[in-house]
Structure formats: structure tokens, C-alpha cells
Design a protein around this ligand. Structure first.
Ligand code: NDP
Ligand code: HSE
Length: 438
């Protein structure tokens, strides 16, 4: 039985994990795929790790130049695990041009250039597998594209960045500092090469843009996503949220609203009793609400070598099983047929409706709360809960924390501006969005 040959580009965390799992489970994978799947080329910048891992294994060629592998006649599937846009984009397009199927874990590449890559693959009749690009080992792409295909998806809410969730969990549970935990996440192989992508919400926005496209049948539009990360969160906000019965999580939310699609990533208060609020460490969880199935929850390791390799290899098996099928009868890359995507607009943040946690530092004087309540009421924003702290010994200022009912972001931005202009309010108002996810 002829083996299917894989050219691996990149031998870092995920590349090495893919090599290890594929070798360890080769018998079972063969029984599932129907053909042996063998890595016969590895291209990476520094070859030492690959040389050490492949020592004594016959038939594996090593190269510094990935361009050689994407064109090699004895490679059937190119597995891109380099990351970033350059040179990954050109390598993937070259591989497709040379008739290779592609498997990639690269969400940054797909969120920004997915439309071009899928069109090229469609034209060449090859497949692009990208299960590992969203939520690491959780088979969420397959669930959205195939398992939930009967549904009109209403919303998706996910903890989809392991690094940020790990940082928030460790800050909350052991009071560790942001910088310390970020260094730990990097050492554990969770963080992106540039960790700003993780902590500023960009990586989560990449993944959300991919899921939204599959869920709603719209072209990939990462540039329409709102991304706000966890760098401005303070331990006080985490503590106050707990006092109010909430946890703060970095949530990616894609929702079909009346006039368009909300696509946003930001720290969010979630009721502590929700399962998703209790997802800790580098674990990911994605809640999907379909009209027929109701809410479904997918949970698992969102980052790391072998969890991600699990998803990469699932795609290698899928491509192996499917690559002889007529392209017209394969599962479409984005679930909907390329000529049937909808032009539903994405909403600007000012039109998004959600609830808010607002924290402000105020003078401890009579009338301050009344002024704030009036500003909110004038804009139709109603208060759901409130904490007013006693000032510390010798201090003239204190914290007021408010939770609002559902309201439109544009009005809240206006209200915050008016509150910050009050002479009795010190500094800026902290605003964190709140989702009940009921
Ligand atoms: P790493 O940085 O650990 O590995 C990248 C690999 O690519 C290294 O072997 C590196 O070589 C090699 N490389 C980089 N540039 C080139 C180049 N120009 N030519 C040849 N080789 C190159 O990244 P990860 O394994 O963590 O991530 C890979 C991809 O998987 C990324 O797209 C990432 O977003 C995605 N991903 C990662 C997850 C994780 O948990 N780490 C989870 C899900 C997806 P060298 O070491 O010599 O620089
Ligand atoms: N840096 C990413 C994360 C890797 O922390 O979630 C998985 O995509």
C-alpha cells in the first residue's frame, strides 16, 4: 500500500509534536486512514532538533529551504507549521500551485489571507486542512462545518487563547504578576512567537474570524474584528468581579444580531456558575448556539505540542481519505459553497449591545452616586448591581463598581466620557463587557 508523503515545514512546538504523535500512533492511524502517512521531508531553519528526532529513521530528508519541499514531486501534503504570514503565505500558495494538499495550524495566515488561499486551492482541486488553527486540540472546525451543519448558528462564544486564559487563571488563583505568568506560558510553548498577539486579543480575533466565516457563511473578514486584550486588567477588577459573582475571561464572541454580525474579542465578565467561567489554565472552550441543537460546549487543550498535533494529524487523515474524491463533492473549506457566501455586514463596536462592568474612583461625598446614576439614566442605561467600597483609613476617595443591564456600546462610551468629566471622579472609568451567555 503506497504511503502518503508529508513535507513538514517547521519543527518547533507543533512540528515536533506532530512528528512524535504520528510515529507513536502510526498503527492506529494507518487503520483509520487506510494508507500509511509518512513524513518524508522536514524543512526548518535550524536542523539540530529535527536531526536528533529523526536519527535512525529511514526515508526522512532534512532541508533548510522550505521552497524545495513545497515543489518536491514526492510530497503529497505540505504541512505548514512555521507560523506568521511571511514566508508562510507564499509557501502555501506555491504548494497549492504545485498540486499539493495543505494542512496548516496558522490562524494568522488564514484569517488574513484565507480567501486567497481557499480560492487557489479550489482552482487547483486540492484541500486545505486547518483544524489546528482554532482552539488547538478541540475539533471545533469539524463540529461547526459538519456536525452542526443542519443549524442556523446564532452565536459562538469562546475562550480561544490558551496563553491569556492561563495568565488570568494564575493571576486569580495565586496572585502572580502578569509578567511572571506570561514568561511561564512562553516556556510551556503556549505563546505565539510574538506574545503581543496573545495578550492583545489578536490571536483570538484571528480564530474568531475563521469560526464566524464557517458559522455564518460569510467571507473571512479579520479586519472587521474588534480586539482588546488583557493587558489593562488589574487584580482589583478580578476581585470585584468575583464579589459580584462573576469571573473575567478573554472571550471571543461572534453573534448574529438584527442588522449584522458582531465580531469581538475582549475581557468579559461571565457569571461564575457558567461552565465556561470555570475553564482554567491553557484550556479552551467554545460555546456554540444553534437554532436546532441549542447550546453545545466544546472543551479541551487549546495550545501545546501534542494537543495541537492531534488536530494537525486529524487533517492529515482527512486529506488522505478524501484526496481521491472529486473536488465538487468534498466538504467546502468554509462549510458553505464558495459561490454561496452571504454579504451580511459586520457591525461596528458602537452598535454592539451588551452589559457592562464599570469601575470608577470617586470622592467620598454625598451626591456623587446620584450624578453618575443621572448620566446613565439620561442615556437609557439601567443599573443591574452596584458595590460602593468604604474608603480606606485616611483616604478621601473610594471605588464605585456598577453592572449595567444590556445597552448599546455607543451610549456607554458617551456616558463614560460624561462621568470622567465630573469633578468628583478621579482618572478614567474602567469598562469591562459582561455576557450572561444564557
Ligand atoms: P515554533 O516557533 O515553536 O516553531 C516554528 C518552526 O518553524 C521552528 O522550527 C522554526 O525554526 C521554523 N521556521 C520559522 N521560520 C522559518 C523559515 N523561514 N524557514 C524554515 N523554518 C522556519 O512555533 P509553533 O510550533 O508554536 O507554532 C507553529 C504554528 O502553529 C503557528 O502558526 C502557531 O500559531 C500555530 N499553533 C501553535 C500552537 C501552540 O500551542 N504552540 C497551537 C495552535 C496553533 P527555528 O526554530 O530554527 O527558528
Ligand atoms: N498562542 C496560542 C494560544 C496557541 O495561546 O492559544 C494556540 O493557538
Amino acid at each position: 500500500m503506497k504511503a502518503i508523503h508529508v513535507g513538514l515545514l517547521g519543527f518547533g512546538t507543533v512540528g515536533r509534536g506532530t512528528w512524535d504523535v504520528l510515529r507513536r500512533n502510526q498503527e492506529e492511524i494507518l487503520r483509520r486512514a487506510g494508507r500509511p502517512i509518512e513524513i518524508n521531508w522536514i524543512a526548518t531553519r535550524t536542523l539540530d532538533r529535527a536531526r536528533e528526532a529523526t536519527r535512525g529513521v529511514a526515508g526522512v530528508n532534512l532541508a533548510n529551504d522550505p521552497a524545495l519541499v513545497v515543489r518536491h514531486p514526492d510530497v503529497d501534503i505540505v504541512c505548514e507549521l512555521i507560523g506568521g504570514v511571511d514566508p508562510a503565505r507564499q509557501l502555501v500558495l506555491d504548494a497549492i500551485e504545485h498540486g499539493k494538499h495543505v494542512v496548516t495550524a496558522n490562524k494568522a495566515l488564514l484569517a488574513q489571507h484565507g480567501t486567497e488561499i481557499f480560492a487557489a486551492a479550489h482552482a487547483k482541486g486540492v484541500m486545505v486542512g486547518f483544524e489546528a488553527a482554532v482552539a488547538g486540540g478541540i475539533p471545533i472546525i469539524k463540529a461547526l462545518r459538519e456536525g452542526l451543519t443542519a443549524n442556523r448558528i446564532e452565536w459562538i462564544a469562546g475562550i480561544i487563547n490558551g496563553t491569556s486564559n492561563f495568565i488570568l487563571s494564575e493571576m486569580r488563583s495565586r496572585g502572580a504578576s502578569f509578567e511572571t505568568v506570561l514568561r511561564e506560558a512562553q516556556a510551556l510553548g503556549y505563546a505565539e512567537a510574538d506574545p503581543t498577539f496573545d495578550v492583545e486579543g489578536i490571536d483570538a480575533a484571528h480564530k474568531l474570524a475563521i469560526m464566524a466565516s464557517i458559522a455564518f457563511g460569510v467571507p473571512m473578514q479579520f479586519e472587521k474584528a474588534y480586539a482588546e486584550g488583557i493587558t489593562k486588567l488589574t487584580r482589583e477588577d478580578i476581585r470585584y468581579a468575583e464579589e459580584l459573582g462573576y469571573r473575567i475571561k478573554l472571550i471571543g464572541l461572534a453573534r448574529r444580531a438584527r442588522d449584522g454580525i458582531e465580531l469581538r474579542v475582549h475581557p468579559t465578565l461571565i457569571p461564575a456558575k457558567r461552565l465556561i467561567a470555570n475553564v482554567e489554565g491553557a484550556m479552551n472552550a467554545v460555546l456554540v448556539k444553534g437554532d436546532a441543537v441549542g447550546a453545545t460546549l466544546y472543551y479541551g487543550q487549546g495550545a501545546g505540542a501534542e494537543p495541537t498535533a492531534s488536530a494537525v494529524i486529524a487533517d492529515l487523515v482527512d486529506v488522505t481519505r478524501m484526496h481521491t474524491a472529486d473536488p465538487e463533492h468534498r466538504v467546502p473549506h468554509l462549510a458553505f459553497r464558495a459561490d454561496r457566501l452571504s454579504d451580511l455586514p459586520f457591525l461596528p463596536m458602537a452598535e454592539v449591545a451588551t452589559s457592562y462592568y464599570l469601575r470608577m474612583r470617586v470622592e467620598d461625598q454625598p451626591g456623587v452616586l446620584a450624578d453618575i446614576a443621572r448620566i446613565l439614566a439620561d442615556r437609557g442605561i439601567s443599573i443591574d448591581a452596584m458595590i460602593q467600597k468604604e474608603p480606606s483609613e485616611g483616604e478621601a476617595q473610594t471605588d464605585i463598581i456598577l453592572l449595567t443591564h444590556l445597552c448599546v456600546e455607543g451610549r456607554v462610551v458617551e456616558a463614560i466620557r460624561a462621568i470622567e468629566a465630573l469633578p468628583t471622579v478621579a482618572g478614567q472609568v474602567t469598562r469591562i463587557r459582561l455576557e450572561a451567555l444564557a
